[in-house]
Design a protein around this ligand. Structure first.
Ligand code: NAP
Length: 223
């Protein structure tokens, strides 16, 4: 399995950890915001290691924001990483898989993309874009023999959420999230959403009239 991230040292440590338990990780350092580099990376992986059967586009970033941050550096970085970074990977992957008429791609969005959440202006809107992108792509990719999936996790304990200064209901471990995602890959269903209570609650809230949606979220989050 090939793993991509920017920090080589972290990738090497990850590869060593996996090797100690009998697995293999091939570290490929790269920045998903670099379009040309991602085109080259996909070609290099396929030339060296064979056709990519399954790609998990996991990279994403988050910072709690407010209207004061709107359009600023953090806001633009969130879109550059979450949306453009995913597009930079999706493009060459789809082109390569289309020629073979098979392949599987899973995009990591979030339950925060079901609708606009307070203190997540950039994050919610970037993840909504990913969900809609995958929904739209599905019509064409089904015909091309490519499985597209969208992953919508609730809160998972990672370095990303370790900085959060607000309550995180139904927080789960990385191990549990990993198991849910892997079984979702096997099922090949369009959406891999977990924990169910979190996903169901937010989906149900998004079906409410806006008056109720805003009132409930304000009550739960104090915003
Ligand atoms: N944690 C949660 O509660 C939660 C909930 C829902 C969805 N998600 C989504 O799950 C995904 C992973 O989140 P996480 O919590 O594991 O985040 P994380 O702890 O911050 O890890 C992010 C990973 O992405 C890599 N990365 C960041 N920017 C990159 C870039 N420009 N190019 C290449 N690699 C980059 C990082 O490595 P380097 O820094 O070395 O590049 C790191 O390995 C994200 O899409 C996030 O939105 C997370």
């Amino acid at each position: 399995m090939v793993a991509v991230a920017r920090r080589s040292q972290e990738l090497d440590a990850f590869a060593a950890e996996v090797a100690a338990s009998g697995g293999t990780i091939i570290p490929m350092p790269g920045d998903v915001t670099d379009r040309v580099a991602m085109d080259e990376l996909v070609s290099t992986v396929e030339a060296r290691h064979g056709a990519i059967a399954l790609a998990f586009l996991n990279v994403g970033t988050f910072f709690p924001d407010s209207e004061k941050d709107f359009g600023g550096d953090g806001f633009r970085k969130t879109f550059a990483v979450n949306v453009e970074g995913t597009i930079n990977m999706l493009g060459p992957l789809i082109r390569a898989m289309r020629t073979r008429g098979r392949g599987q791609i899973a995009v990591n969005a979030s339950v925060a993309g079901y609708g606009g959440l307070p203190r997540a202006i950039a994050y919610s809107s970037s993840k909504s874009a990913l969900i809609a992108m995958c929904e739209s792509l599905k019509f064409d990719l089904d015909r091309a023999g490519i499985t597209i999936q969208v992953v919508c996790p609730g809160f998972v304990k990672t370095p990303l959420t370790d900085h959060n200064d607000f309550p995180m209901p139904f927080l789960i471990s990385v191990e549990e999230a990993g198991a849910r995602i892997c079984s979702g890959f096997e099922s090949k269903g369009f959406e891999i959403a977990f924990p169910k209570r979190m996903a169901f609650t937010l989906k149900a809230m998004n079906m409410l009239p806006y008056g109720l949606y805003f009132a409930l979220l304000s009550k739960f989050t104090g915003r």
